[in-house]
Ligand binder design. Structure first.
Ligand code: 0A1
Ligand code: ZN
Length: 892
């Protein structure tokens, strides 16, 4: 007999073009929960209305792992059918009350979607399709309803009862239970619904905004964690102020709550008025969190808060439009962090960090089997499309609107978007139209349809730049051309609209003020490439320039430009655009590293003397911030190097990069010692960009000096590092010192790790770091896998906690030389862990499945070994549709 969920059957595909409005609307929802860990009762009373614009048809409600007890229509029992997971009701009046009574088992909910328990506290996660695991519903974002919620639970065990909106009533019940009633004043789709019940404490802050309204901000955590919520509260207050100042977007709720849980599949969730966060993005103290953690909290708190407008007030019509809210909200959180950074240099550092993520994670996605447009055309499992393409590339697309329209034009576009669509569920086209209509006559308006190809065409465009200088005519002609590689299902691509911010730098003189096509002279121009190939003529070019193109990374493309080493060195030293100065340095290093990977040469010194000298003078410059220097002096990652190659031997890439690190450690030994002494800081800790930049450079220097000690046998620097692991005044310094010893494989690493564990045994987020540090350490003689397998048996390891699984297993698969072994044992480990996790949490497993996306690029013997393991996963009889979609694409 054939089963729909047969081992070999592909999961059904949902297509964007099949979108149809709902056949019914749900206007109000009154939910009542009797919370119990093993059997929670949910009574769902809805007011339902037929959508007169759709042909009459039965009502089909989504459900998943629910026990259905009763269905009443207008108070009367009614007949119904089940079609798979859907509850189907026929012969309904045009308007009616629908009452559904179900139960579910939160304790058994290991997927962490719907209603689940974490450390004896109830949480919900409904995006994208988790609400159907709580009650039967039209679980789609274009059905928006007014919600009221009553929670009942044991008073001692679950003293805090929260839901969206305003608390309107609470009281004590018999049998030691109590209740709370919440009413959300805003209509919302069910994916923004949330409840929390448990033993929690709150940091509270009353604020009065710029426009004079009063609000209560609350951050709920486990009582022992209250002292780690100050930074999150500061970040939230900054977010409220920033959105009002920059975009005029005000907080629309009396009470805004953030709750932290240690069991969460993602980073955080923007439920209306009740954001639920992974503890990783809430809890921080100088002793337990690094500068990177502090920054992460600021941007994720910002991100979720900004969703209140971009996502909640205006939401998505369907899940294909996910980037409508995510790309826009990532752009907003990036701008928020840049505005808080204040100095131009700190802004550039933030931009470089964001672009690094894009290029090391999104570019490979766009070149691999999972490549999809920012607005995908189809999916089997929507959870697989919460991707760096939808989020980070989506944010770059939004950034291009701002580049083309200017900050003011962009703000006008956003204002029109809210004027038109507040309270609606809309599409990416609606957003583009508002941007264009608010700026008639703009380049965007002129090329709107073409610009929208950024939403429909996958793949990273290649822009090639060729310049020619005419000294006599003082003219510089730049030819830009574009192509885009084929991606799955899209063989041919049409040209994009690509804004290229360009300056001309004359060595020794800096930026030239030049005119473009006879216009006003300026040191930077925005060239808009719309054709396959176009010429741009600059005049008044008084000296032969080096073109500085794509400043600030003005478009998400690969730029091919044939610059000599001397030209790159000139840009590194003199480009007024810090992004491009950094970029020039990286290009130079990349070129030399790739030559060493593909050449046969000896590995003692992959970097050339002039590059090393340029790094030295950057490090010694007094006019640059430490954070920027640390970025310039960090070599491109192994995965970014691998992306540049057609046939990747990860061990060779690793060996070359490590050799270059050792060379830098050796050649700049005195400079690193200077940098450490100069930037080490024993003052009190503040997470601001200047002092965190100093710590970042001191940490890099210490790592280099301990690495060098491996060769020289020096014991002074390892001794200093070890001392720091004991007496560092903050986690950033302690972590950097511990990492220096662990990464160098030094004998002091083990005692340092033991101390570290003992000191922080009760702090789950710090223990995550302890696992991650060991799983990400360089593989020395194939010892990494054994180390990770031993850690898997450590009493603190628990694969059911997503943070812990990520800290060990994902860190290992992200450690190229440890994962890609010639004997294929890393891939076997991957399959075993993947299948084990898939049995209880498909969403996390599907993320792990992505580790072999790029297997076709691998050289032998890696390629065949990876292929074999992928096939074994695909042949597994009970795979989730989440993982199946990923592995089928990888094997296609
Ligand atoms: N909308 C959230 C991301 C998110 C998506 C799915 C989740 O399910 C576990 C959780 C969170 C954001 O962009 O922050
Ligand atoms: Zn988001």
């Amino acid at each position: 007999m054939f089963h729909a969920r047969d081992a070999q059957a592909s999961p059904p595909v949902i297509r964007r073009e099949d979108y149809a409005p709902p056949a019914y609307w749900i206007d109000t929802v009154d939910l009542s929960f009797d919370l119990d860990p093993t059997k929670t009762r949910v009574l769902n009373r809805m007011r339902v209305r037929r959508n007169a614009e759709q042909p009459p048809q039965p009502l089909r409600l989504d459900g998943d792992e629910l026990n259905l007890a009763r269905v009443l229509v207008n108070g009367q029992g009614t007949s119904f059918k089940m079609d798979g997971d859907q509850l189907v009701l026929d012969g309904l009046p045009d308007e009616f009350d629908l009452e559904i009574f179900t139960t579910c088992n939160p304790e058994k909910n290991t997927k962490l979607m719907g209603l689940y328990l974490s450390q004896d506290t109830f949480f919900t996660q409904c995006e994208a399709e988790g609400f159907r695991r709580i009650t039967y519903f039209l679980d789609r974002p274009d059905v928006m309803a007014s919600f009221s919620v009553t929670l009942r639970a044991d008073r001692k065990r679950f003293p805090v009862l929260l839901s969206n909106g305003n608390l309107v009533e609470q009281g004590v019940l018999e049998d030691g239970r109590h209740f709370a009633k919440w009413v959300d004043p805003h209509r919302k789709p069910c994916y923004l619904f949330a409840i929390v019940a448990g033993c929690l404490a709150a940091r509270e802050q009353r604020i009065v905004t710029e426009s004079g309204s009063e609000h209560l901000l609350q951050i709920y955590v486990r009582p022992g964690d209250l002292d780690k919520t100050e930074h999150a509260m500061q970040s939230l207050m900054h977010s409220v102020a920033w959105d009002e100042a920059r975009f005029g977007l005000k907080l629309d709720l009396e009470r805004f709550m953030v709750v932290a849980t240690s069991d969460f599949n993602m980073g955080a969730m923007e439920n209306k008025g009740l954001n639920i966060f992974n503890t990783k993005y809430v809890l921080a103290s100088p002793a337990t969190a690094t500068d990177v953690d502090f920054d992460g909290i600021e941007s994720v708190i910002g991100h979720e808060y900004f969703h209140n407008w971009t996502g909640n007030r205006v939401t998505c019509r369907d899940w294909f439009q996910l980037s409508l809210k995510e790309g826009l909200t990532v752009f907003r959180d990036q701008e928020f962090s840049m505005d808080l950074a204040r100095t131009a240099s700190a802004r550039a550092v933030k931009r470089i960090e964001d672009v690094r993520v894009l290029r090391t994670v999104q570019f490979p996605e766009d070149a691999g089997p999972m490549a999809h447009p920012v607005r995908p055309d189809q999916y089997a499992e929507i959870n697989n499309f919460y991707t760096v393409t939808v989020y980070e590339k989506g944010a770059e697309v939004v950034r291009m609107y701002q580049t083309l329209l200017g900050r003011e034009g962009f703000a006008k576009g956003l204002a029109l978007y809210f004027e038109r669509h507040d309270g609606q569920a809309v599409t990416c086209d609606d957003f583009a139209q508002a941007m264009s209509d608010a700026n008639p006559g703009s380049t965007l308006a002129l090329h709107l349809d073409q610009f929208k190809r950024w939403y429909s065409q996958a793949g990273t465009p290649r822009v090639t730049a060729v310049g020619q200088y005419d000294a006599e005519g003082q003219r510089y002609t730049l030819t830009l051309s574009q192509t885009c590689p084929a991606t799955p299902g899209q063989a041919e691509k049409q040209p994009f609209v690509i804004p290229v911010i360009a300056g001309l730098v004359a060595p020794g003189q800096g930026d030239l003020a030049v005119s473009l096509h006879g216009g006003e002279p300026a040191t930077a121009h925005t060239l808009v490439l719309t054709e396959p190939s176009q010429q741009f003529v600059f005049e008044r070019v008084t000296a032969e320039p080096v073109p500085s193109l794509l400043r600030g990374f003005s478009a998400p493309v690969v730029l091919n430009q044939d610059l000599s080493d001397a030209e790159l060195l000139a840009l590194l030293a003199q480009d007024s655009d810090p992004f491009n100065a950094w970029e020039a340095g990286q290009r130079l290093l990349m070129r030399q590293l790739l030559a060493a990977v593909t050449g046969a040469g000896d590995l003692a010194a992959p970097l050339q003397a002039d590059a090393v000298a340029a790094l030295r003078s950057t490090l010694r410059r007094s006019d640059l911030d430490a954070a920027f220097k640390a970025l310039v002096l960090t070599l491109p990652t192994e995965s970014y190097l691998a992306e540049q190659l057609a046939d990747v031997d990860p061990q060779r890439v690793h060996a070359v990069r490590e050799a270059a690190r050792r060379q830098l450690a050796r050649d700049l030994a005195a400079d690193w010692a200077w940098a450490f002494d100069e930037h080490e800081d024993n003052g009190s800790y503040r997470p601001d960009p200047v002092s965190s930049g100093r710590r970042s450079l001191a940490g890099l220097a210490l790592g280099m000096l301990v690495e060098l000690a491996r060769e020289t046998g020096d014991s002074v620097w390892p001794g200093k590092a070890y001392q720091r692991t004991k007496d560092a005044g903050n986690m950033t310094d302690r972590y950097a010192a511990t990492a220096a010893l662990v990464n160098a494989g030094h004998a002091l690493a083990q005692p340092a790790l033991t101390r570290f564990h003992d000191l922080f045994a009760d702090d789950a987020l710090v223990i995550d770091k302890w696992f991650a540090l060991q799983a990400a350490a360089p593989d020395r003689g194939g010892d990494a896998l054994g180390r990770v397998e031993a850690l898997l048996r450590h009493p603190d390891f628990n694969a059911r906690n997503p943070n812990r699984a990520r800290s060990l297993i994902f860190s290992f698969t992200g450690n190229p030389a440890a994962f890609h072994r010639t004997d294929g044992a890393g891939y076997t480990f991957w399959r075993e862990q993947l299948l084990a996790i898939d049995a209880f949490n498909p969403q996390v497993a599907a993320r792990l499945a992505r580790a072999l996306d790029r297997w076709k690029k691998l050289a032998e013997p890696y390629r065949s070994a990876a292929h074999g393991e992928l096939q074994k996963v695909a042949a597994h009889p009970s795979l989730s549709k989440d993982v199946r979609e990923i592995v089928e694409k990888a094997l296609a």
